[in-house]
Design a protein around this ligand. Sequence first.
Ligand SMILES: [Zn+2]
Length: 408
Amino acid sequence: MLQVSKERMTEKIQTWSQFGKLDGGGITRLSLSEAALEARAEFKKRVLALGMTLETDDIGNMYATYPGSEDLPRIVMGSHMDSVRNGGNYDGIYGVLSSLEVAETIIKEKIALRHPITVMVWTNEEGARFEPAMMSSGIVLGKFEKDVMLAVEEVGGGITFGEALEASGYVGDAKNRLNEKDYIAYFEPHIEQGPVLEEANLEIGVVEGVVGMVNYDIILEGVSSHAGTTPQSYRKDALRAASKVILTLWEELSKLDSELVFTTGEIQCKPNIHTVVPNYVKFTLDSRHKDPEVIAQVVKVIENLPKDVYGCKLSYEEHWGRKTIRFDDEMIGFVEGATKELGYSYKPMYSGAGHDAQYVSELLKAVMIFIPSKDGLSHTVVEYSSPEETYNGANVLLNALIHADQEL
Ligand SMILES: [Zn+2]
């Protein structure tokens, strides 16, 4: 079996860990920030040194390409280089660097491929500086209007996405965007960002898709009154009612399916004054599962909530959702086949988090490869995958890519 260089893979992770480095470990490398531009410059330098050609599209996505022996569409692999605030050295960047290492192996070892290969970098996947997340893949796939996105101001106020893009020097031609004519398949290696692989002591996650999700706002309206003068029996306390509903949801949703996840992560309480009985509480419910039937049952549970809770009126609003995405079966087969040939332990799984690959899957045959995350942690400075794990994932990518090159 062909293998990448473990030493080079580790060196890449270490080098990019310098761009946006924080004193206590980890990085802050917000999209199009100075640190992100340093990361792009290093990428540019390295792909040009490998003899690859570099193109950018009109939203700063980078595409480094090496020719194949036949006139065929390109096979593309990659991810993003931006991070959240106080993020780690693996989310996103691992996908770019493992793809770069695979390209370097192919070029240096003179492995003959029929298809051209492209290593790509998505602009602004995290949405930590310019909302929303997966902005550029969303623009390419027509999910978001480009003009609307260009006008998005950075979180906390300041310059717009369009201004930051213009200043970056990475604005290219719209004709370079990922498209169905010039590309045939997309691989995205990524850290799992959850505890499943580590807990089961497995080396690789063969990612079959991205779970569907629903997001609801649930609202309770009561009456605000004086905390000292209103006897308990007279109260219509919206926070008391919300507490009851949150616990009811936990109980009811727990009965549905062991793989269902659900979260109340945001809560607003009004007037939010310690001497006043709350008259209004709004909280979120995020719930995810790969089976749309289970998601439909979640919606049923919400619809069946009592409309009156301790004298407070309950209402709800669907915020946004997404359907479960199933990746391409042939591509899943290439990843699974390569994993088996390499002798790695693995598990077919769905991603609970969103990734650019989910949008790309509507355009090209796509798949993802997961490697374990220490303690299941991500979006934090302690995010970690070992040199062995980063190497294993790159080996799977290399061999899956070779299968794709032969069979597509
Ligand atoms: Zn990511």
